[in-house]
Write a protein that binds this ligand. Sequence first.
Ligand code: NOJ
Length: 488
Amino acid sequence: MPNRFSRREFAKLAGSAALVPAIVPALVSAETSPNLHPNAPAPRHFPTGFLWGSATASYQVEGAVKEDGRGPSIWDTFSHTPGKTNNGDTGDVADDHYHRYKEDVQIMKALGLKTYRFSIAWPRIFPQGTGTPNPKGLDFYSRLVDELLANGIQPYCTLFHWDLPQALEDKGGWQSRDTSEAFANYAGYVAQHLSDRVKHFMTLNEMRSFVDIGYRDGRHAPGLTLSPAKVNQVRHHAVLAHGLGVQAIRAHAKAGTKVGLAENAETCVPVIETPEHIAAAAKAYRETNAGYLTAIMEGRYTDAYLAHAGADAPKFTPEEMTAIGSPIDFVGLNIYAPHYVRADDSAAGFASVPMPSSFPHMMSSWLNTGPEALYWGPKLASQLWGIGELYITENGASAADTLTPDGQIYDIDRVMYLRNYLTQLHRAVSEGVPVRGYFCWSLMDNYEWADGYSYRFGIHYVDFKTQKRTPKLSAHFYREVISRNGLA
Ligand code: NOJ
């Protein structure tokens, strides 16, 4: 069907294009205004104190890669290697957040954020990965934390979001057990110095991504395509780093500090919500995450994981498995796309459902939109392991954002994505799944790894030439969600 009005005609009808920004808040309010019908369902509010947040990561936003004694990371090396990233984009400048963090905290404040998740660049703290710490590196994060607290925003700190010091990679990187030890040393040092003000630390971000994409597929730093046996050993060193990191943080942090992680566990979703498919999804959740989250929650590799790996299984000791299973205070889940699963007669009891090519997705081709992932992810994890405190440490969407002549970004696709996912999160929370907070990825457009700057995930648009930040429609939407503590 043809459009009834051309854009120009519509603008004329609405008064003038210049009026459009003024109607944005009104549109958002109308959409979320209470339904007045007497039989209307209860408003979709979240529990009092629910922590609404947003997230970024050091290499994706900071820039200033050579300042104040920062050492090179594997992402500096990788992004400067011709052909490795879209357009040859690097994180050299990124969002220049290193210099603009005060302005960025004001953006957070304007949104009404209760919390902000950021990561620390390991090579700013230990430029060589180990050895003598660099006080100027820590000082940046100390100032950032002070700025957040002064504006009423709780800092949630990730210790490793993929920017491994190059000096460690030169000695084997995550293929070497020494890197797990070095991580623990670094984590303990940071916790010792920041835990007077930071109460929540996450060890590693998305082990499944940085290991599988970086060491198996070669599409992320350090760009290796290792054999299955070596990849399994890298996985083991990642979960071991987490476990040793938990122990080091407990040993060095102030009493009351909470420790967790932010993992993108494969989010298995029952293809139809019947008991048999739900049971299959629970089994699938445990087994597809056996090398990562399951190992951490259970302190062991599942029998099926070891049997499947056979001769390629990782080498490990009982002491290491105990460290890996160190009790944690909370689990953070990064949830974007669903993995649909069905019941199956095989020994495993489940099978993956292939994605039809027509399945809707956001700009990143991997980002299939299945909002119920935000229901089943936390629900299955909490049921499987009796987790008492969960966070959605990332959720968000890439979109082909364009600035319209009125200077706005009407990212209605991202708004649709967020609204639908948050509706499913509300469903989980209403059933008592203990999700305490949600971090929208991302506060602003940033360096999307090998995809460079063309894939925008922010709710603030960043003009990378001028560094100007502009709230998109999704930022207005999210601000309304936060101020109402819910979707209605
Ligand atoms: C997860 C990663 O943690 C983050 O760095 C990345 O930008 C988003 N997913 C989007 O791909």
